[in-house]
Design a protein around this ligand. Structure first.
Ligand code: UT7
Length: 329
């Protein structure tokens, strides 16, 4: 008798946005007070962003991750104690250590739990974490995983640098992945090329009680744009080929929400209509590792994505890192 294949399936989604919503015009006015010139027209036409959320000073990545995780657990109808794996993708952890995943585990009230660790792949972090959790579940080691992307990117922004500070926002998104005999994740592909490390980075670290180097985000926007467009198309075809599926069978495309122009270019090259793409970059800005689970949760809760739909998520970001996952809801 042959045993049927083991999958991991998304059984719950959740997200959290900080209360402070800042429109382009509010940001433009604030920057003008600092002598920095920008405009709503420039931000919308170059990026598609209209608003973003910023966390309160005392709010941390683990706080927001907890909110998103509780909502995902509620949808999954699981108790926190049933979670045996927590992976948090973040570039803005609460501390150097312990990991944000351990802090989330503790805030969820889990004692003597399973594994909990962070993944650092910047804006591709959620796709990396999702793929790792899928592999660990399919191997039979874990049964119920919480996969979270959470960021307070506003803390890395230099509000005197108009080329970066208008682009990013804060938030968190989470999924619950469960072992299943029913198809869930169909294929995943991850890549990295560290030779492009300098085009998107925060080149600082802690030394002798001080930050050594630069603690603000630096980006060569055009270089990132060109690379992102190229790798997102390639990885989409890789993940489709691996699953043996044609792009016409994708119900929903959820690319990393960084720039609407990058997203529509990828969709067009794949032959996926804009109506099949989930867009939240206009309201959230670029929330790095949180952008994909945030967008997924929005589309699940408003009824667009439902059981049986085929979804492709795509991440791209600092490292340089990129990847894609094709899954059935
Ligand atoms: O999450 C990781 C992935 N990140 C990304 O995917 C970001 C990828 N890159 C981008 O999204 C775009 O490159 C940006 C949105 C960052 C920039 O758009 P762009 O069309 O590549 O603009 P640019 O950098 O070529 O700048 C065009 C002009 C420049 O002025 P000059 O040199 O032409 O006179 C900039 O100084 O726009 C100027 N500029 C601004 N003007 C008003 C740059 N930032 C601003 C601003 N407001 N905020």
């Amino acid at each position: 008798m042959t045993q049927s294949a083991m999958y991991s399936r998304v059984i719950g989604t959740g997200s959290y946005l900080p209360l402070c919503r800042v429109t382009n015009q509010q940001l433009v006015d604030e920057l003008a007070r600092r002598g920095i010139q920008t405009s709503d027209e420039w931000i919308v036409s170059r990026t598609g962003i209209r608003a973003r959320h910023f966390s309160a000073p005392e709010q941390t990545s683990s706080d927001m991750a907890l909110e998103a995780a509780c909502r995902a657990l509620e949808m999954a109808k699981l108790k926190a104690s049933e979670i045996d794996l927590i992976i948090v993708a973040t570039s803005t952890p609460d501390f150097v250590f312990p990991s944000t995943a351990c802090l989330v585990q503790s805030k969820l009230g889990i004692k003597n739990g399973g594994a909990a660790f962070d993944i650092q792949a910047v804006c591709s972090g959620f796709v990396y974490a999702f793929s790792m959790a899928d592999n660990l579940i399919r191997s039979g080691v874990y049964r119920n995983a919480l996969v979270i992307g959470t960021e307070v990117f506003s803390r890395l922004l230099d509000f005197n640098d108009r080329t970066t500070c208008v682009l990013f926002g804060d938030g968190a998104g989470a999924i619950v992945l469960q072992q299943s005999r029913q198809p869930g994740v169909l294929s995943s592909v991850l890549h990295a090329d560290g030779s492009h490390a300098n085009i998107l980075c925060v080149p600082g670290n802690v030394q002798g009680g001080m930050v050594a180097g630069q603690a603000f985000l630096q980006m060569d926007g055009q270089a990132v744009f060109k690379l992102a467009v190229k790798v997102l198309e390639k990885v989409a075809h890789e993940v489709l080929d691996k699953a043996g599926i044609d792009s016409s069978l994708i119900d929903w495309l959820i690319p990393h929400q960084a720039n609407l122009r990058i997203m529509t270019s990828t969709a067009k090259k794949l032959g996926v209509s804009d109506e099949k793409m989930v867009i939240t970059v206009d309201q959230h800005g670029n929330t790095s590792a949180a952008s994909i689970p945030l967008a997924l949760d929005v589309a699940v809760r408003d009824g667009r994505i439902h059981s049986g739909h085929r979804v492709m998520v795509q991440g791209v970001g600092g490292g340089f890192t990129w990847g894609a996952i094709l899954f059935c809801m």
